[in-house]
Design a protein. Structure first.
Length: 396
């Protein structure tokens, strides 16, 4: 019995006991149940294939019904798995890959640093992933019960002893809807822009994005990033904002801020504040969540009058919140799209990061177009510039 059927069965019994008529309507990735009784307000319960159940804000919330839904969620939604890993030897890798493909479908080759491939598994309400690191460790993360337990048993037999690591409890955040999440991409990349995105969600949109597979962009390959970015924009058409700071503008802003004794955190705060305020201009929010990148004074100080009306929360690992994860995907998509366009224009590869390949590309840019060309594609305050431009000391 799937999650929607479980809720239908329980709500049918609840309606019978409490004297309600039960009706239902399909919604994306779920079903809305209406509990109706003459002379009393209609009760709405939105249920989703993920196992979530939501009574929309402002609707009547009978205590007995709330308790029933909370108990059902605990029974239906699988628990979070401890982060589990296995050592994969060179002789085991081919067998491992073939067996996982047979069990769950194709692997996704990743361009993320130190990641060989990933595999996302969805079995009913269970959603978890395998990631093979380039240094030979397979990592299991996500939420699961029976299917995940079967995979763990299989991997124990193939790979031997596993390591389990319980994560340090995350800081609790009292989520109120709608809320805004913001995140950035390109901060650690020498070539390309800084992209900062914001996403605002209500309860229904959050559940849809979770069902679509929205999660931290660092765990997603390029093809899926593009697809999820389109889905996010369709799900929250008026609830997304992207601030793209092209390299030339980035360098101007950084140099201006540096002359005032400011640093990269000030620039990041400026971009996050713009993304958050763009969304608040379209409608109010109860809360804004951002990944903690420095002293909270940076972002709070960058918010203008409109932004100061919303409660701001900065926490480590903020991508666990769907709005922040969605923002990380939009930011990464904007960064990758910009870089791909510049590759076509320059007819040369522009590697991500700040490693040896990036250094070689930057030297080629400098030899072809000089300092003006480098300024248009690189973040000049990186130490990489000192290796590209002889005698560089922060001035053209």
């Amino acid at each position: 019995m799937n999650a929607i059927e479980r809720y239908r069965q329980a709500l049918t019994e609840y309606a019978r006991q409490e004297g309600y008529a039960l009706a239902e309507d399909s919604i994306p990735y779920g079903c809305t149940f209406r509990l109706e009784c003459q002379g009393t307000p209609t009760i709405l319960v939105q249920t989703y294939q993920t196992g979530s159940a939501v009574i929309p804000t402002g609707r009547i919330r009978p205590e007995k019904l709330v308790a029933l839904l909370e108990q059902l969620e605990l029974e239906i939604k699988p628990p979070k798995l401890p982060e589990t890993s296995w050592r994969v030897g060179p002789k085991q890798r081919n067998t491992l890959e073939q067996e996982l493909i047979n069990r769950h479908g194709p692997l996704t080759v990743s361009s993320a640093p130190n990641v060989a491939w990933s595999l996302n598994v969805k079995n009913g309400t269970e959603k978890y992933s395998f990631t093979l690191m380039s240094y030979g460790r397979l990592i299991l993360r996500g939420k699961g019960r029976d299917a995940a337990a079967a995979d763990v048993q299989f991997l124990d037999g193939l790979l031997g002893k596993r390591t389990e690591r319980e994560r340090v409890p995350d800081q609790e955040v009292n989520i109120r809807y709608p809320y805004v999440g913001s995140d950035e991409a390109g901060k650690g990349d020498y070539l390309g822009p800084l992209a900062i995105a914001g996403v605002k969600v209500d309860e229904r949109q959050e559940a849809i994005l979770r069902e679509l597979g929205v999660r931290d962009s660092k765990l997603i390959g390029p093809a899926e990033i593009s697809s999820l970015a389109r889905d996010i924009k369709l799900t929250v058409p008026a609830g997304h904002s992207v601030v793209l700071i092209a390299p030339e503008k980035y360098n101007q802003l950084y140099e201006s801020m540096a002359s005032e004794g400011k640093n990269l955190n000030n620039l990041l705060a400026w971009g996050h504040a713009r993304a958050i305020e763009d969304l608040l201009a379209a409608g109010p929010a109860a809360l804004a969540i951002a990944d903690k990148f420095g002293n909270p004074k940076y972002l709070r100080g960058a918010l203008q009058a409109r932004g100061r009306t919303v409660e701001l929360v900065e926490v480590p690992r903020a991508e666990r919140f769907i709005a922040v994860a969605a923002a990380s995907i939009l930011a990464r998509d904007a960064f990758v799209t910009y870089l791909a366009d510049r590759e076509k224009r320059s007819n040369m590869r522009l590697p991500k990061g700040a490693g040896p390949e990036t250094l070689a590309a930057a030297r080629q840019i400098y030899s072809r177009w000089g300092m003006a060309g480098l300024r248009r594609i690189a973040k000049l305050h990186f130490k990489t510039t000192e290796q590209v431009v002889p005698g560089w000391h922060g001035e053209d």
